[in-house]
Design a protein around this ligand. Structure first.
Ligand code: UT7
Length: 324
């Protein structure tokens, strides 16, 4: 039997756009350096009235509208974030309250940039075992709130935003790789890489929110190897060849990681959805944001075979193959 089916997508971005040139007025950097090393040209940054939950709610509403389903039919909300509104309760419960679909299941998943893939997998499992019929899976972040704005090695890389999908429990009659739905997922974590990408604070350690710290070059090297490996695993699991993939929707950390991974696997660059130039790295939001952009601009169509992939702090990484 195929996995859960994707009924719709939505996304939301903060109003305020910050260009590389604006950042260069604040830290010792340049538009040339940021563009050449990362492909990023601008990012959206949340203003004081925008939080992870307001972005998540807007993205969720857009996904419900796109799917043509009522909020009342949502029995499960899984929200991936590393920047929740509050330490608790889960930001997913704020989304639930705003949508008025109280009483079902709602919780957050913390797997940083791979969070959306972890959340999608958990939601798919819960739907498959009958815990709910329909789910909202959301990736939402306000990374601007955990950046050290004096550290040029990190503050130029990230942005804020949210993306959401509506998932429906698998249809018992549909099977095989041509049927719409999630065909395969692989997730991994390697906790020994903590020091390469982490936040230097938290409720139980420093009682502060902390700031993102990253050893970029080492993360880059791990990312290309881990992503290529996990993509191969999903292809092997599902019996799909690389040529059958219509689109790759990667986590948007760095344009050079996207092209290096695609090259390693022999995937044509024009099949890779790129939004890092406009959104920068929005952590858990980046995959559903890019998916929504490519569906709404007409590139990703019903029936297409789409590979989602991500890698981030932890390290965590994973990939999901889905027939639209
Ligand atoms: O989402 C989670 C996953 N995250 C990632 O995948 C990020 C992975 N890493 C990367 O994308 C890249 O490593 C970076 C974009 C972070 C950095 O690019 P890089 O080509 O690896 O540069 P680097 O760290 O080797 O730094 C090269 C030079 C250094 O100067 P020196 O030592 O050569 O004099 C840095 O100090 O660039 C300098 N530098 C900057 N210069 C201008 C670092 N940041 C900046 C900056 N502006 N913003």
């Amino acid at each position: 039997m195929s996995g859960s089916r994707l009924l719709g997508t939505g996304s939301a971005l903060p109003r305020r756009i910050v260009t590389n040139a604006e950042l260069a007025e604040r830290v010792d950097t340049s538009d040339e350096w940021i563009t050449a090393r990362t492909g990023i040209r601008q990012r959206h940054i949340a203003q004081s009235d925008e939080t992870t939950s307001t972005l998540a709610i807007a993205a969720a509403r857009a996904a419900l509208e796109d799917a043509g389903v009522e909020a009342a039919s949502i029995g499960l909300i899984v929200l991936a974030t590393a920047t929740p509104d509050n330490t608790f309760p889960a930001t997913a419960t704020k989304v639930q309250a705003a949508l008025g679909c109280n009483g079902g299941i709602a919780f957050d998943v913390a797997a940083v940039c791979s969070g959306f893939l972890y959340a999608l997998s958990v939601a798919d499992s819960l739907l498959t075992t009958g815990m709910a019929k329909r789910a909202l899976v959301i990736g939402a972040e306000t990374f601007s709130r955990i950046l050290d704005w004096d550290d040029r090695t990190t503050c130029v890389l990230f942005g804020d935003g949210a993306g959401a999908v509506v998932l429906e429990a698998p249809d018992a009659t549909s099977a095989g790789k041509d049927a719409p739905g999630i065909l395969g997922t692989r997730l991994h974590a390697d906790g020994s890489c903590h020091d390469l990408l982490y936040v230097d604070g938290g409720p139980s350690s420093t009682q502060t929110v902390g700031h993102v710290r990253m050893r970029g070059q080492e993360v880059f090297r791990h990312a290309v190897v881990n992503l290529a490996d996990v993509l191969k695993e999903v292809l092997e699991d599902t019996g799909v060849s690389v040529d059958e993939i219509d689109w790759v929707v990667p986590h948007q950390a760095n344009a050079r990681i996207l092209s290096a991974t695609a090259r390693k696997l022999g995937i044509a660059p024009e099949k890779v959805i790129v939004t890092v130039d406009r959104h920068a790295n929005t952590s858990a939001a980046s995959v559903p944001l890019a998916l929504d952009v490519a569906r709404k601009d007409g590139r990703i169509k019903p029936g297409d075979l789409v590979m989602l992939e991500a890698m981030g702090g932890g390290f965590t990484w994973g990939a999901t193959l889905i027939r639209m």
